[in-house]
Design a protein around this ligand. Structure first.
Ligand SMILES: Cc1cc2nc3c(=O)[nH]c(=O)nc-3n(C[C@H](O)[C@H](O)[C@H](O)COP(=O)(O)OP(=O)(O)OC[C@H]3O[C@@H](n4cnc5c(N)ncnc54)[C@H](O)[C@@H]3O)c2cc1C
Length: 392
């Protein structure tokens, strides 16, 4: 029997955190599968996975998003062990330094409801009064807030190391990673048949997964599928403050959406999603935004940060699902074999373990460990948005 090298069981478009986790979960569940991951830039200079804040939190308002993070906590605790290759463990610098959502009168009701749901699901989240916040973080001025919700288990990690670890482990157990660009998803009737690559090659598969992040809409369009996923620029700034906090600061999210936390080297990372953030593939960052808008806002909440140096910044892309800013997960109803893992906006990194497991269970036909059908692509066609209040 002649077996074509170009024939795959599953082709994954995009080898960022979603593609790599999905490849790992698929091959780990069935090592006979021939999986090809096509990544156009294995240096990942523009991938959202490597440009993110790498924060993991339990504090969402939709049950499934909370459960996804609960699973992420579980996976990350054993990740270095599970991803070890030839007895070498990756180092993902997983630090559970907490997330603190500051609450004002306007956000109080939503925060209380979310907290109740989180507690009912067994999450470790506490309501803190302004005095408690001040006592724990003396640099903060919570005068304008009615309190905050603190998730001590939340935290952050080294996203690049997590991505590399998934990639390395998936390869060792049999997945192939190819450096190329998918220029077309080929179809016959209403089924996928494979992909055409920029190198001129054509690969065949009955299952194609779109894990192309901010490029997902462009990729889907080649199969005549229209996705509501927009690449939106977000900026992060690195600060060296004159006054240093005593210990690590949790990711602190102000009611305005401004967020910051401490970073290795006694630095502060800060960002804010803003309405005027442009759509497109623009990776330039702009110090004027920090100097004129964000710094005054920061200094109001942390007065001693009125003296600092802006060390650097960067821009990355949120793949924003413009319907509801939540994941689009599963098979596209109008194209057999086309699976989507798209539209994760600003919370995809922490969702990668659960997404990879879910897609592999769906595709292989195993029982679902966690039913994520609420994120089904059908809701796009039906115009039925989900409601998640914890979008940052
Ligand atoms: C500034 C910023 C902060 C963030 N902070 C957080 C956070 O704190 N916590 C969190 O959970 N999430 C965060 N996110 C979101 C998170 O980074 C993303 O949701 C997640 O990384 C998405 O992973 P992905 O694999 O879908 O996309 P990506 O990492 O972008 O990977 C997609 C890959 O597909 C490749 N590709 C695209 N088109 C093609 C093609 N035609 N052929 C071949 N390859 C292709 C690209 O090169 C890319 O490597 C943040 C994002 C940004 C930008």
């Amino acid at each position: 029997m002649v077996v074509s090298n170009d024939l795959y069981d599953v082709i994954i478009i995009g080898g960022g955190i979603m593609g790599a986790s999905t490849a790992y979960n698929l091959i780990n569940s069935d090592n006979k599968l021939k999986i090809g991951v096509i990544e156009m830039d294995p240096t990942y200079t523009q991938a959202s996975s490597t440009l993110s804040m790498a924060n993991i939190r339990i504090q969402f308002s939709l049950k499934e998003n909370i459960q996804i993070s609960q699973y992420a906590f579980e996976v990350l605790e054993r990740f270095e062990e599970e991803m070890s290759v030839n007895d070498e463990k990756p180092n993902i610098s997983y630090r559970r330094e907490g997330n603190l959502f500051m609450i004002n009168n306007l956000s109080r009701k939503v925060a209380e409801e979310a907290l109740e749901l989180q507690k009912s699901l067994g999450c470790n989240v506490e309501w803190w009064s302004p005095d408690q916040i001040k006592e724990r973080y003396p640099l903060y001025d919570p005068a304008d807030c009615v309190g905050g919700t603190f998730g001590p288990d939340d935290g952050h990690l080294d996203a690049y190391s997590v991505l590399m670890a998934y990639r390395a482990k998936a390869r060792v157990i049999g997945a192939e990673f190819l450096k190329d660009e998918v220029v077309e998803i080929t179809t016959a009737g209403n089924e996928v048949t494979g992909v055409k690559l920029a190198s001129g090659k054509a690969l065949t598969a009955k299952i194609i997964i779109n894990c192309a992040g901010a490029w997902a809409t462009k990729v889907a369009k080649t199969a005549n599928v229209s996705l509501p996923v927009a690449p939106i620029k977000r900026q992060i700034f690195t600060l060296n403050t004159a006054v240093k906090p005593e210990g690590p600061l949790p990711l602190t999210i102000l009611p305005s959406g401004l967020y910051f936390r401490t970073e290795t080297g006694n630095l502060i990372l800060l960002g804010k999603s803003m309405d005027e953030d442009p759509i497109g593939f623009d990776f330039t960052w702009d110090n004027k935004r920090f100097m004129e808008i964000l710094w005054p806002e920061l200094a109001e909440f942390v007065p001693s940060f009125d003296t600092l140096k802006l060390v650097r910044g960067w821009a990355g892309l949120y793949a924003v699902n413009t319907l509801d800013e939540n994941a689009i997960l599963g098979e596209w109803p109008e194209t057999k074999g086309l699976y989507l893992a798209n539209g994760f906006s600003g919370h995809g990194l922490q969702q990668a373990p659960a997404v990879g497991r879910y897609l592999s269970e769906l595709i292989i036909g195993n029982a679902l460990s966690l039913d994520l059908s609420i994120f089904r692509p059908e809701r796009i066609l039906e115009n039925k948005p989900l409601s998640e209040k914890g979008i940052v």
